[in-house]
Design a protein around this ligand. Structure first.
Ligand SMILES: [Mg+2]
Length: 290
C-alpha cells in the first residue's frame, strides 16, 4: 500500500458534518487567535461550524483525510459496479464530486444507493470522488519553542471505545486513571453540555462548582461520623462518599481547564515538590501518555 502520509489533510472532528470545511495541512492550521489572546479552532470556510475555544493542555480530536481524486466507475442496473482502475486500498469515502448527499462508506453502498433512487436503467458511467478518512485521533495543544502552539498526538485509544482505562504504572505505583483521559472526556462532555461558545462556564462558576462538590463530600463525611458516634439523623454510605469525591476530582479538572492549567503536570510537580520538602523518596514519573 502506497505511503500517503504526506497527502493527509486534517479537520477537527467536531467540524465534520454534511458540509465539511476544507481540510488543512496540519492540525495547528486550525488555530486562530482572538485579539484578546484567546485561542479558537476557527473554520473560515462557507460552513456553519461554530468556533471552538481551546487552551494549552486541551485534548482535541482530529481526523485526517486523503483525497485520492476522481475515478470513472461504471454503474450497472443490478446495483453492481466496475472500474478499469484499482480503487485505493482502505478507501472509506465515496461520493459524486460536490454532492455530499451521495456519500457512502463503500463503493458497493454507493452503487446500490445509485440504483435505489432509480437513476440508471443501463450501464452508466459515473465520476466518483474517493477518500480515506482516519479514525478519531487525539491531540494535545501545547507550546513548543517558547511560544509556537502545536498539537502533539496523544498515544491513547479512542476514548469512546475505551470503556476500561488501561492501567499505567508510574514510578512503581499503579495509576489506572489518567488525568489526560479525564480532561479529554470533560472537554467532550462539556461541548455537548454547554454547546454555545459564547456562553461557556467561566473560572468563577467552576470555582463555585468545586466548592459545592467539596461541601457535598463533607456532608457525607458528617453523616458517616454521625453513625460512628451513634447519633440520630440521616445516614450516608461509603459509596455516597466515593460519588462525591469523584465529583470533586472531575470539578478540579474543570477548574484547571478554565484556568488553562495542565492538571496532569501540576499534580506530578506538586506531589514531587512535597516529597522533596518532607524528605520522602516517593515521586511520580513523567506522563506515559503524551
Ligand atoms: Mg455531587
Amino acid at each position: 500500500m502506497a505511503d500517503l502520509t504526506s497527502l493527509r489533510r486534517w479537520v477537527p472532528s467536531i467540524f465534520i458534518e454534511d458540509i465539511c470545511p476544507n481540510p488543512r495541512a496540519r492540525p495547528e492550521d486550525w488555530i486562530a487567535t482572538h485579539p484578546n489572546g484567546a485561542k479558537w479552532l476557527f473554520s473560515d470556510d462557507v460552513c456553519e461550524q461554530q468556533p471552538v475555544r481551546v487552551d494549552i493542555g486541551d485534548i482535541v480530536r482530529f481526523n485526517w483525510v486523503v483525497d485520492h481524486g476522481t475515478f470513472e466507475i461504471t454503474l450497472h442496473p443490478n446495483g453492481s459496479w466496475s472500474c478499469d482502475d484499482a480503487l485505493p486500498e482502505g478507501a472509506n469515502g465515496f461520493m459524486e464530486p460536490s454532492d455530499t448527499d451521495t456519500y457512502a462508506e463503500t463503493m458497493d453502498e454507493f452503487a446500490s444507493n445509485y440504483v435505489a433512487v432509480g437513476r440508471n436503467t443501463e450501464d452508466e458511467p459515473c465520476y466518483v470522488k474517493v477518500l480515506t478518512w482516519s479514525d478519531d485521533l487525539y491531540f494535545r495543544l501545547h507550546k513548543a519553542d517558547g511560544s509556537k502552539l502545536v498539537f502533539s498526538q496523544v498515544a491513547m485509544a479512542n476514548l469512546e471505545t475505551q470503556k476500561t482505562p488501561t492501567p499505567q504504572v508510574v514510578n512503581g505505583h499503579s495509576a489506572g486513571l489518567s488525568f489526560i483521559g479525564l480532561r479529554a472526556a470533560n472537554i467532550a462532555r462539556q461541548k455537548i453540555w454547554c454547546p454555545d461558545p459564547n456562553q461557556q462556564p467561566d473560572l468563577a462558576f467552576r470555582g463555585i462548582e468545586l466548592a459545592g462538590e467539596t461541601g457535598e463530600a463533607l456532608n457525607v463525611i458528617k453523616k458517616l461520623e454521625r453513625e460512628n458516634r451513634g447519633w440520630v439523623g440521616s445516614r450516608s454510605t461509603k459509596q455516597d462518599l466515593a460519588d462525591e469525591l469523584a465529583d470533586v476530582v472531575i470539578c478540579a479538572d474543570l477548574v484547571s481547564l478554565s484556568a488553562g492549567i495542565d492538571l496532569d503536570q501540576a499534580v506530578r510537580t506538586k506531589f514531587n515538590a512535597t516529597s522533596a520538602k518532607v524528605g520522602i523518596p516517593v515521586t511520580l514519573g513523567p506522563s506515559q501518555e503524551a
